[in-house]
Every structure is written in structure tokens, then in C-alpha cells.
Design a protein around this ligand. Sequence first.
Ligand code: HEM
Length: 530
Amino acid sequence: MCSPAAVTRPLQLAVHHGHKRSMVLDGFVSGGRRFKSGASRHEGQKLQTTIETTPEKYKTIDDLHGPSLATTVYWLFVKGYADKSHAMQVEHKKLYGPIWRSRFGPFDVVNVASPELISQVIRQEGRYPVRTELPHWKEYRDMRGQAYGLHVDKGPQWYRIRSVLNPKMLKLAEVSAYAPVIHQVVGDLLQRIETLRLRSQDHTTVPDLAAELYKFGFEGISSILFETRLGCLQEEIPKDTLRFIAAANDMLTLSETVLFLPLWTRNVLPYWKRFIQAWDDLVNVAQRLIDHKLAQMDAQVLAGKQVDGMYLTYLLSCDKLTLGEVYISITELLLGGVDTTSNTLSWALYQLARDAASQDRLYREITSVCPGRLQPRSEDLSRMPYLKAVIKETLRMYPVVPGNGRLTVDNEVVVDNYWFPKKTQFHLCHYAASHDEAEFVDAECFRPERWLRGDPESYQHHPYSFIPFGVGVRACVGKRVAELEMYFALSRLMQHYEIQPEDGAPTTEPKTRTLLIPSKPINLRFLPRD
Ligand code: HEM
């Protein structure tokens, strides 16, 4: 039961599964010890030395426990974890401990599920971290002679692209420039919610909220990336936009399927052809929108006018990427920015609807900072700690990317006294880490308060127990934009409506479809505030 009183239990800090030797990783003392609660546990102590022990003294990947192929098949298809791999992380951690090996056909993966071990992997990720190989994406790019982009390019080439994409995505001051366009899109979302609510039988219920928020996510990120509106939130969605939305969805859904299927199935089953078609549609629409912007910019230059704009204008005019790289980069940013933001918002609203006290506290904070339904500005957000805490707590409970990856490329690594060769695929179990009771007391309960500094219910946790956007140079490039979209959407929805679940609505569990999404439609009641 998620009772408020239970939160005050102090964090239990146990010595992590008997591993005592301190290890030097990437210049930081890491070791098996867990840090005591408080700031010091977050400060790795810099040392000059390197791993002193020779590989022979370590255990190897073959010493790791884990499910066999048959056991994995049993878990996935008999026990029903095929669409619950987030929950399988938790169960496997209980069975095998915080590090285990899974083999499934051609896949051979080392899972790490404690914050300490996740930090050990990340700290050895090198200068140009790689998440995983995407051979099917590369094959498509090669077929069409396209640029590789963020997900396929590696090493210095990846870093070059990433360095161009970063500044106007990750710097807070730069991202604030997108506030007006995000507010426009939030305005459309509010209208859409109002229309749907009034159209419902009880004039309050909006059915399948996640589907509406998906359109919001698509419109929001497109309006920044393409500097144009696509009309996703209109009653009649333009045909090209529908094709774009369908292509993004198909590509992401089919990406997993085609990776698992053997090559010979491509001539028999429809999936590979549909995967190619989805990519073609995606890139074609993106290309057309970008070419249109380019033509506008050329016209401005010819007319002797100043070329001004936002993200796309910057990418097209900075001369640091080829046009082909701009096409692919913008498409990849779009793919990263739709479901992630929208699903997080869906879960936040789902939890707030069920927790009147949290919703009330949030509403009071918003009205005190932005009275009379004033639109929040970027600078107002620093006075809205509870709003930020709500989003953090949502991402802790429902990390939309429930598992991340790191493929060791340049070096062998040592994790938890095991030595791993180059080309080892690690799976970082974000979900298991952020649901660990030792890190987050009453981990299954929604408690935004735990993120408030100075609040009696706040406490320290290991920094790697909560990394929903990843960390380091490869971390999410869209973090700042995602946060701005979610803060603005949530605060303005709260200004206009009190939200409630439908009467007798059952709890909605998450399921994994690469991302962590609701397993069934979320229908919520939107009651207008005075
Ligand atoms: C709630 C929202 C979001 C969450 C939780 C999220 C989470 C993540 C995570 C966990 C990664 C992997 C990081 C790593 O490997 O360390 C990632 C990568 C990425 N994300 Fe996001 N993301 C979100 C929103 C966005 C948005 C809005 C965009 C686009 C503007 C975006 C674009 C990307 C891209 C392009 C990458 C790959 C970066 C690279 O490989 O260099 N994401 N995201």
C-alpha cells in the first residue's frame, strides 16, 4: 500500500553483494562499496592509477549465471514476459543477482541492474560510447546511399554530428527560444482536450489520452525541428502528416521484428519490405519539409533579408553538416522525441488523477507562480520544484526507456570483478534500478516529495539509480526540449482542469514495446476549474 506515513523509513544502505575490492574505473574510485547516505556517496574520488590486476585474476563472462535460451523462451512465451521485459529485469535480478548473462539466438547480453554496476559500465564507456549495433538501419542507409547519422555512425564521425546537434538542443538558454512555439502547440492540445471532453457522453471523459498526447508529442517536436506546423492536433489531420505519423510508428515497431528474423524470411514475410517502406516514407516527408525551408531561406537571402529561424535554420546554415546529414539527423531527432515525451506525460496525468493530494499541491504551486492562468515562462520553472518533482517521479516509476545499452568497442572492461572483452553488449537495467527498494523506499508508490530538497520525505539515492535520459556524452540530446514540453503541457493542463480517473477504473500496468507504454487505454475525466 502506498500510504504517506511509510515514506519516512530511512534508506537502508547495505554493502553491495559481497564485492569488497575497490576498483579504479576511468579515473574514479568505484568499488563494491555502497556510499553512505549524503553528498559523499555521489563524489567519485579521482585517482591516478589504473586497473592493477591482470585479466587472469578476474572471472569471465562464462562464469556469469543467467537464463539459457530455453529458459528465456519459457519466460517470454510461457510466463508471458514478452511484452513485460521491464518486469523481467526485476525478476531476473532477484534470481541471479545484479549482474547476469542472457543468451537468445544471436544475442549475448550482460545485464547490469544495480546503480553501482551501471555506473561501472558507464565510467568505462570511452570517448565515443556505442549503445548497440543497428545493422538493419545501416543496411537501409547503404541501400539508399544515405548519410549514416547519430545511430549508425561511430567514433569521431558520431561525435562530429553530435557536437553540431548539441548546442541548440542542450543549452538551457538556447532551448528557451522554443518556448513560444511549444506554448502554441500546448494551446492546440488544450483545445483538443476541450473538444474531446465535450464530445463525450458525460462531457468530461477524454478516452485514450495517450493517443492524443502522441499527436501532441509529434506536433511539438516537429514544430521545433521543421519550423512548421503539421496539424497533428487538428480534427482533420492532413494526409501527408498521417503518412508521416504512420511511418514513424511502423519503423519503430518493425525495427525490433526485422532484427530478430533470419535473413531468409525477408522474401517470405512482409516485415522487411514494410520496414524499408516506413523508412522511405519517413525520410521523404522529412526531406520535403527541409527542402521547403531551404527554399525559403534562399529566397530571404536573395531578397537581402536576414535569415532567421530556429533549429532547422541553424543546422542548414551552420555549414557543419552535409544536407544528407541534416535530413537524417532531423529524422532521428523526431523519432527520439515523440513517444518518449508523450508517454511520460500520459503516466504523469494517470498518476496525478489517482492522487488528489499531489495534484492539489501541484495546482497550488502553479497558481502561486503563474496566477490567473498566466502562461509559465522558462524562467518561472525554477520556482516550480514540485512540477519538476512530478516529472522526475513519473520517469522513476515509468522510465520510458526502461533499458539502455552499451557495447564495449575500444577497450576491455572490468565490471564487478568480471573481465569482459571488446564487443561485449551490456544491458543497463534502468527500470530495475529505479524500482529498487534499497534506493527508493516504497518504490512502487508515486511520491513526488522524495525529489524535493529539504522536504521531510526527501532522501539521497545513488545517482545511477535514476538516469532516465542516460548520462555522459551519449546521453539524450533532447532532454531539455522534452522537459520544457512536459513542464508547459502539464502546468497548463493543471491550470484548466482537475483530472480524475473514470469511476471504478482499474489500474493500468505498463508494457514494454521497446519503450514503456500503458498496456491499455488511459481514459481520464477533465473537470474545468473555475
Ligand atoms: C521523456 C523524454 C525522453 C526520454 C526519457 C529520453 C531518453 C533517452 C535515453 C535513455 C537515451 C539514450 C541515452 C544513452 O545512451 O545514454 C536517449 C537518446 C536519444 N534521445 Fe532521448 N529521451 C527523451 C526525449 C527526447 C527528445 C524530445 C528528443 C529529440 C529532440 C530525443 C532524442 C534522442 C536522440 C537523438 C538520442 C540518441 C543520442 C545519441 O545516440 O547520441 N529524446 N533518449
